[in-house]
Write a new protein. Structure first.
Length: 486
């Protein structure tokens, strides 16, 4: 049975402008510059630089028609004064003492060069092989991943050669080309099917000595013992001294487990980080500045100003003029909003980062991560009277330059735990102490998670063994067995 009823709901919806502002706040400096460039290209009413727009004080007439009967435009259609500033120096242009003096853009050129796979294919040209062998070799090279491995079974490659290249061959021939051609290419170790083979290929390419011969034997005959660091078993299996084992392991540790990733011409280019803020210590006090590239100089273009002036001075205002000026009004509305949005973005960034800086003042003055206070997004949001999502947008994508390096802002946030004094301490402080304890342990007898838990309790941090394990994994530190050294 259907029932009809009337309900009253209070809904809060974000306007398109508010949504766009949130997106602007989220953008880091480089992405913001791209967004700014896009807006300037799409909106001819926006202009950059120090050129001032003319100011107009006259208002438009309200007459609906002129003497000839042509339709006029209401003054409400466009009020020029709303778009053109009366100030000689508009506030959004003021940068002194507010933004860092880093206006010069430094573009880093990247050489095009050749890619990893192009380099391997170029090396194939140095081999005298027939067309079929070359096609197989090129197919194998194409199967190599960015780390330098072929992570497919040979039988699957044989099948693919038949179906995609119309080349009918055998596993033996593909293996022969892989071993004698592809695995001879540079960098050494490329084309291996697994880590074990990759390391052995690299060792065999070096001049022979006692330690390398032993290292090859260990990898070939006791790879699992080596990976799991069962050193006692290795000593017994090969009847060798600890010093001999140590030298063999040293030889292995010098090898590259990912030969492809070390190739200088690889496609992957390290991301260039441009700090959005800078924090300096001046006379014992913290000084915060916003990267000046986040504070562009924008104004209404002179061309559009002249078009408005021409409209205002015109005695006859026809229908076609109205259509043109309404288009101008749309562009001016968008330009005016964009300038206001940038101003709001600057204010939001500075207010948020300023609150974070003062909350973590001890850290920024000393650089000691143990001085980081517990801090969550809500703490800052409540302090600056903004939404948690706004603080999140600032923290998750922005970097700050400090005397101790460039840091991602979200790294300053952490949950709290109680120490034995009942005081709130940051989990980052505990992780730092845990990291220090592990770095100072006897590597012959690494500390188990249980022992680490006891040591932390002695230092005044009562945390359980499973919590120690969680923090250790977050720090990317292996278990005690895998930290063992001879």
């Amino acid at each position: 049975m259907l029932k009809q009823s009337l309900h009253q709901k209070l809904l809060q919806k974000l306007s398109p402008q508010q949504i766009q502002l949130m997106k602007l706040i989220q953008l880091p400096t480089q992405a913001f510059e791209e967004r700014l460039k896009q807006e300037i290209e799409e909106n001819p009413a926006l202009d950059t630089g120090k050129e001032e727009s003319d100011n107009f004080e006259d208002t438009l007439t309200n007459d609906e028609y002129d003497d000839s009967g042509n339709e006029k435009i209401d003054a409400e259609d466009i009020n020029i004064d709303e778009y053109l500033s009366d100030d000689e120096f508009p506030s959004y242009k003021t940068q002194t003492n507010n933004y860092s003096a880093d206006d010069e853009e430094k573009q880093i050129p990247y050489a095009a060069g050749t890619t990893f796979h192009q380099s391997l294919n170029n090396q194939l040209n140095t081999y005298r092989i027939d067309d079929e062998e070359r096609a197989i070799a090129e197919f194998l090279v194409g199967s190599i991943d960015d780390s330098g491995y072929i992570r497919r079974d040979i039988i699957d490659i044989v099948d693919d050669l038949a179906f995609t290249q119309n080349i009918f061959t055998t596993e033996e021939k593909v293996k022969d080309i892989l071993i004698n051609i592809v695995q001879k290419l540079d960098p050494v170790g490329v084309g291996a099917l697994d880590l074990k083979e990759c390391l052995i290929i690299q060792l065999k390419s070096k001049s022979e000595n006692e330690s390398r011969v032993l290292a090859i034997r260990i990898l070939e005959d006791a790879f699992d013992h080596f990976v799991k660091k069962h050193y006692k078993r290795l000593l017994e299996k090969f009847t060798i001294s600890e010093e001999q084992l140590k030298e063999a392991i040293t030889e292995i540790s010098k090898l590259n487990p990912k030969p492809g990733s070390s190739y200088a011409g690889n496609n992957k280019i390290a991301e260039q980080i441009v700090p959005d803020f800078s924090i300096r210590i001046i006379d014992g006090n913290l000084d915060l500045t916003l990267n000046s590239r986040n504070a562009p100089e924008l104004h209404v273009s002179r061309e559009y100003s002249n078009m408005l002036k021409g409209y205002q001075d015109s005695k006859e205002k026809s229908k076609s003029q109205k259509d043109a000026v309404l288009f101008i009004k749309q562009k001016l509305d968008a330009a005016k909003w964009f300038i206001d949005a940038i101003k709001q973005r600057q204010q939001t960034l500075l207010i948020t980062m300023n609150a974070i800086m003062h909350r973590q003042e001890e850290y920024f003055l000393t650089g000691d991560e143990r001085k980081l206070k517990p801090m969550i997004l809500k703490d800052i949001a409540d302090e600056i009277n903004m939404d948690v999502s706004t603080v999140s947008r600032v923290a998750n994508s922005k970097y700050v330059s400090t005397p101790y390096g460039t840091k991602l802002i979200k790294e300053f946030f952490s949950e709290s735990m109680k120490n034995d004094q009942g005081e709130d301490v940051s989990t980052k402080e505990i992780k730092k102490i845990l990291e220090t304890v592990i770095s100072e342990e006897d590597k012959r007898k690494p500390l188990t998670d249980e022992k680490l838990s006891n040591i932390l309790k002695e230092k005044g941090y009562p945390i359980a063994r499973r919590t120690v394990a969680k923090y250790r994994e977050q720090l990317d530190i292996p278990v005690a067995r895998l930290r063992k050294e001879i």
